[in-house]
Design a protein around this ligand. Structure first.
Ligand SMILES: NC(=O)c1ccc[n+]([C@@H]2O[C@H](COP(=O)([O-])OP(=O)(O)OC[C@H]3O[C@@H](n4cnc5c(N)ncnc54)[C@H](OP(=O)(O)O)[C@@H]3O)[C@@H](O)[C@H]2O)c1
Length: 252
């Protein structure tokens, strides 16, 4: 008798626009049951009408007080999740030419990109532990590979996220939970559309999601893309004086 294949379940944060939205579409197309979170539905609205396999669960990742309530809500829908793609994030640039740089930005960005990731792991870990083949995926950035100008807040938050995930990889091994850290390069989304500097090898959110979805399937420790940007940043890391010259803002 033919065995019925059980539908796999994914929880995606930051699903209302950009990369998270494109990933949501990929998982739906591949037949997954998708729980999608963000603070607001945003561009998910038409998908929610089209797909019964998609459920929106509002969550502000920076609010630890929402963690338990969201876990309870998830548990009302499912007894486990197979994959969590923790993608919610934000970007702001610190301006050191200002007399009083906006140091509060460090807190704002860390609370979403780092503590938001921690809060999201807190939500989903008990549900992942109930899966037969669980996978935890976090989204860092290629920005961690070499220092970018004005990225004191964003880069630090993504470096913290990367280390957090690498340490979790060790400690979740006994629970058979695989941990993957994704490091995208420049992707054309609302997050980068406000950038005024050149973004080499910029790709669409759909192209990024295609690559990320394929990479997630093979459960690498890390996946940095596109490789051409990784190569440039490798040079930046290994030739720091050259990188400093290239990165230093030109004075008027
Ligand atoms: N675009 C790039 O070039 C690039 C490169 C490397 C890494 N990344 C990373 O990829 C991830 C997705 O970015 P994106 O480019 O797709 O940006 P985006 O289009 O601006 O999407 C960001 C998503 O995160 C959600 N979000 C923001 N703050 C949140 C909060 N406090 N709580 C819950 N959700 C929140 C947003 O929804 P709401 O506003 O409705 O909450 C939205 O769904 C981020 O972690 C980003 O750092 C992006």
């Amino acid at each position: 008798m033919e065995q019925v294949k059980e539908q796999k379940i994914v929880w995606i944060t930051g699903a209302s626009s950009g990369i998270g939205l494109s990933l949501t579409k990929r998982y739906l197309a591949a037949g997954w049951r998708v729980f999608a979170s963000a603070r607001s539905q945003g561009e998910l609205t038409p998908l929610l009408i089209e797909h019964t396999d998609l459920t929106f669960l509002p969550f502000d990742v920076s609010k630890p007080l929402q963690v338990e309530a969201l876990r309870e809500t998830l548990l009302e829908h499912t007894d486990h999740i197979d994959c969590a793609v923790l993608n919610a994030g934000n970007c702001e640039y610190l301006d050191m030419t200002e007399d009083s740089p906006d140091w509060n930005m460090m807190d704002r960005i860390m609370s979403v990109n780092f503590f938001g990731l921690v809060n999201s792991v807190d939500v989903c870990l008990p549900l992942l532990k109930r899966s037969s083949h669980p996978h935890l995926v976090g989204v860092s950035s290629q920005a961690v590979q070499a220092a970018f100008t004005q990225a004191e807040a964003y880069g630090a938050s993504k470096a913290a996220a990367r280390y957090f995930l690498s340490s979790l990889r060790v400690d979740l091994k006994p629970f058979n939970i695989d941990v993957t850290c994704l490091l995208p390069g420049f992707v054309d989304t609302p997050l980068t559309q406000k950038n005024t500097f050149p973004m080499p090898f910029l790709m669409s959110a759909d192209e990024a999601a295609k690559r990320m979805f394929a990479a997630i399937e093979s459960r690498p420790f890390e996946y940095a893309f596109p490789k051409r940007l990784s190569a440039v940043l490798w040079v930046g890391r290994h030739f720091p004086k050259l990188w400093l010259r290239l990165m230093t803002p030109k004075s008027e």
